[in-house]
Design a protein around this ligand. Structure first.
Ligand code: PAP
Length: 347
């Protein structure tokens, strides 16, 4: 849906929906900028099935356009005081966290009770921009139009973040039990037409070669940052969010410096936000039933709302596969103070 652009030149307070500011019509088709072709051609690459190639950039396995986007973010992103960065490995609750953080931070301008709340007319990805996707399309300058505080998202590993982001922003990170994350990733890739078997994706993941892998490096980078600077980096787990979404909303508000007032608690605002952002509520909206998100042209909006449960890996992995990846991940996390609680029949 084409939106009239908001005039951000006066006194708007962020976050505001990215699409309202940029007038993205959801139909932009992105081609890879030539700028980084020389770097890309020097990187190690692997074929993940017949139609998906990954390259290893700064230790991380990525599609070409993501490498290009991350290089551009590293070179060009200009942080501002007050920026809030949401970070995640793919398929770990990004869409949900975008909705929760936007609704929580913007609740004065957009009360969750509003029938016309942005999250009832826009997909969460249209409200909170995906930085490296935007920069890969040469559209990073669009972030300048957002009023502060800006709410931004990345899948970049912590080690890849430009110093201005790592040092200045508050960050909220969400991760997920790796077996469920892989199952979700496989469904997502299949929905976009990639020809890849689950056992093949699993095998790659065991070697750290899934998209955005190694999984353990992604998680450990933000875990270390959150333990070193808990006032700056909040570490969330998808399973804990599912167990108690209202508490998650309260934690988010406190961490972001906008705790709920007694009046808001009495009015049930945290519960209203959790309900508005629940998978059932979001999935039922027309805006989330069809179309795509501009730069995400190969991924339909409905594919971001699949099951939303814990333990779906049992429908795709044998117990042997599960034990194998659990052992690999456990070994990589050993000594960090972080562990994934087993879920499902092996628990
Ligand atoms: P992304 O990183 O590509 O943006 P992301 O949103 O992290 O994707 O992952 C989608 C997963 O979150 C899906 O999990 P599943 O495949 O195991 O079902 C999706 O169902 C789940 N999800 C999306 N929105 C919500 C929500 N509001 N509450 C809980 N889970 C959600």
């Amino acid at each position: 849906m084409a939106m009239a652009a908001l005039d951000t030149s006066c006194c708007l307070v962020g976050p505001v929906p990215f699409n309202d500011v940029t007038k993205d019509d959801g139909q932009t088709v992105v081609s890879l900028p030539a700028e980084h072709a020389d770097i890309l051609s020097t990187l190690p690459s692997i074929a993940v099935g017949p139609d998906l190639q990954l390259r290893q950039y700064q230790g991380v396995w990525l599609r070409d356009y993501m490498v290009a986007g991350m290089i551009s973010v590293q070179r060009r992103f200009m942080s501002r005081p007050g920026d809030v960065l949401l970070a995640s490995p793919p398929k770990c609750g990004t869409t949900w966290l975008k909705a929760l953080a936007f609704a929580t931070m913007a609740r004065t301008t957009y009360p969750p009770s509003d029938a016309d709340h942005p999250l009832r007319r826009l997909n969460p990805h249209q409200c909170v921009p995906f930085m490296e996707n935007l920069f890969s399309a040469g559209q990073g300058a669009k972030l300048e139009a957002l009023p502060s505080p800006r709410l931004l998202h990345t899948h970049m590993h912590y080690s890849m973040l430009p110093p201005s982001l790592a040092d200045c922003c508050k960050m909220v990170y969400v991760c997920r039990e790796p077996k469920d994350m892989l199952v979700s990733m496989w469904h997502f890739l299949k929905s976009a037409g990639f020809n890849l078997s689950f056992p093949d994706l699993f095998e790659l993941a065991c070697h750290g070669q899934n998209p955005y892998g190694p999984i353990w490096d992604h998680v450990l980078g933000y875990w270390a940052a959150s333990t070193a600077r808990p006032e700056r980096v909040m570490f969330l787990r998808y399973e804990e969010m599912l167990a108690d979404p209202v508490s998650t909303v309260r934690q988010l508000a406190g961490f972001l410096g906008v705790p709920f007032t007694a009046a808001e608690e009495a009015a049930g605002t945290p519960a209203d936000i959790a309900e508005m952002c629940s998978i059932d509520a979001l999935r039922s909206l027309d805006v989330n039933k069809s179309g795509n998100n501009g730069l995400f042209v190969m991924f339909g909006r409905q594919t971001f709302f699949r099951k939303g449960v814990v333990g779906d890996w049992v429908n795709h992995m044998t117990p042997e596969m599960a034990r194998r990846i659990d052992a690999i991940v456990d070994g990589k996390l050993r000594g960090s103070g972080l562990a994934f609680t087993p879920v499902g029949p092996l628990a």
